[in-house]
Design a protein around this ligand. Structure first.
Ligand SMILES: NC(=O)c1ccc[n+]([C@@H]2O[C@H](COP(=O)([O-])OP(=O)(O)OC[C@H]3O[C@@H](n4cnc5c(N)ncnc54)[C@H](O)[C@@H]3O)[C@@H](O)[C@H]2O)c1
Length: 433
């Protein structure tokens, strides 16, 4: 099939490259000329494991092309994916202007039948608004609107897209459902994880999915904070309750909150949607409030410790909102660094991928290191913020030698307190000591 993808961000680029790899002819289009130029020169606009290889392989086979020609992209394909961003507005609602912009452009240029698929995360009711916009913009246009939210995780996006636990399709016509089966034929050959439903349910599934995961994280963080008070160990608590198959061990790691471009904005957008329908979503409001508090919950402890030892040099390990991505959107590290700088401490940072990008945020307000080893020289205290693999196998006995004082705050509970203590470190986890 011929498929166009609008928006070559994390979702659009992975979707485009993966669909090309399944044998479709794919044209990816973006309004960001620099991004398209970069991809056409063989570089990726962000780090995502396996993506560069997939893009280059399919470009070489001439199944994947990149362009800024919006009208051309409408004419090219019968199936068009809308993968543009839906960032959070100041009032917490989803910004839909990019989604509507693409919808309008497709409606204006479409001469034959098209399926326009909202893959972006949008509030329930958006597909209906898009279909109305199409009719208003071009009453002659024969376009079926489909909702097909994406569930991939950054850092594992290529694998996730190609091994979905479900494909959700919301549509209002039999032809649209049939077309979606053709699009995903390569993924559903052996089994049928396609869930067919109406627009609103499909849109709601995406929000319910993310809101549930966010709730699980805020729940275990709440338990961790209580563990801290009563002297219990949250890691053992998680392990034990995760054995209950009704709970499962996934998303039960206590830490310093979730970040990223999805969970915070999607929970906020769902809260906003509920309120706009005169419903107060109390649980979801608490999930978000708890998470915001959790992001900096260790900062007062760090400051107290530094004052106690008369120290002023802090090392931050990990900047991105999670490992295996270069994405800094909503990253907890940024809040922690800001608070430490505001309190007059010297901050030295290290991240395997995002150092260059973070320079554009903090410039000379912090110092930068190119390795784990260099990052701790003359430091009083390490704060592990993002659990990149290379932080898991650190030789603390060696590393401690170059530090002024050996203190570690483990924001993701990845270390065993005993190992750190054996190497002369003071250890502070989240809900464990
Ligand atoms: N990032 C994730 O892990 C993830 C996972 C699932 C769902 N989503 C959802 O997918 C959507 C996209 O997210 P993302 O992280 O890929 O965003 P992104 O910001 O990385 O990419 C969006 C792209 O759309 C382009 N764009 C904007 N207006 C355009 C237009 N009119 N025509 C063509 N291109 C245009 C931008 O230039 C940008 O390159 C969002 O709704 C998000 O919530 C994201």
């Amino acid at each position: 099939m011929k498929i166009s993808i609008f928006g070559t961000g994390y979702v659009g680029l992975v979707t485009g490259a993966s669909l090309a790899n399944l044998g479709h002819d794919v044209l990816c289009v973006d309004v960001d000329e620099k991004k398209i130029h970069l991809i056409n020169s063989g570089e990726m606009p962000f780090y995502e494991p396996g993506l560069k290889e997939l893009v280059l392989k399919n470009k070489e086979r001439a199944r994947l092309i990149f362009s800024t020609d919006i009208e051309g992209a409408v004419h090219f394909a019968e199936v068009i994916f809308n993968c543009v961003g839906t960032p959070m507005k100041d009032d917490g609602s989803a910004e839909l202007k990019y989604v509507f912009d693409v919808t309008k452009k497709v409606a204006l240029s479409a001469k034959e039948y098209k399926v326009l698929i909202n893959k972006s995360t949008v509030p329930p009711g958006t597909a209906k608004k898009c279909q109305e916009l199409i009719t208003k913009t071009n009453p002659e246009a024969k376009i079926d609107l489909v909702s097909n939210p994406e569930f991939l995780k950054q850092g594992n996006a290529v694998y996730d897209f190609n091994h979905p636990d479900k494909i959700v399709v919301g549509a209002e016509s039999e032809k649209a459902f049939q077309m979606m089966h053709k699009v995903y034929h390569g993924l559903v050959k052996t089994y049928m994880p396609i869930i067919e439903t109406n627009w609103e349910t499909s849109e709601m599934i995406k929000y319910a999915n993310n809101a549930f995961l966010a709730t699980k994280i805020s729940f275990i963080n709440e338990i961790a904070n209580i563990c801290n008070k009563v002297g219990a160990d949250v890691k053992t608590v998680s392990k034990a309750i995760g054995k209950d198959y009704r709970i499962s061990p996934k998303f039960l790691n206590a830490g310093i909150g979730y970040g990223g471009s999805c969970f915070p904005k999607d929970v906020q957008a769902l809260i906003n949607t509920a309120k706009s329908h005169h419903y107060q979503p109390q649980l979801l409001q608490q999930v978000e409030e708890l998470n915001e508090r959790q992001k900096t919950i260790i900062v007062p402890q760090i400051i107290d410790k530094l004052k106690e030892i008369n120290g002023n040099q802090v090392t931050i390990w990990g900047l991105t909102f999670k490992p295996k991505t270069s994405d800094l959107r909503g990253a907890t590290s940024l809040k922690i660094i800001e608070e430490l700088i505001d309190n007059g401490f010297k901050v030295n940072i290290y991240d395997p991928i995002a150092l260059e990008e973070v320079r554009t945020i903090f410039s000379d307000k912090v110092t930068y290191s190119n390795s784990v080893k260099d990052s701790v020289v003359n430091s009083n205290l390490i704060v592990l913020v993002t659990e990149w693999d290379e932080f898991r196998n650190v030789d603390f006995s060696e590393l401690g030698k170059s530090m002024k004082t050996k203190i570690l705050f483990d924001g993701r509970n990845i270390y065993e307190p005993e190992t750190l203590k054996e190497n002369g470190f003071e250890y502070y986890g989240v809900g464990r000591k």
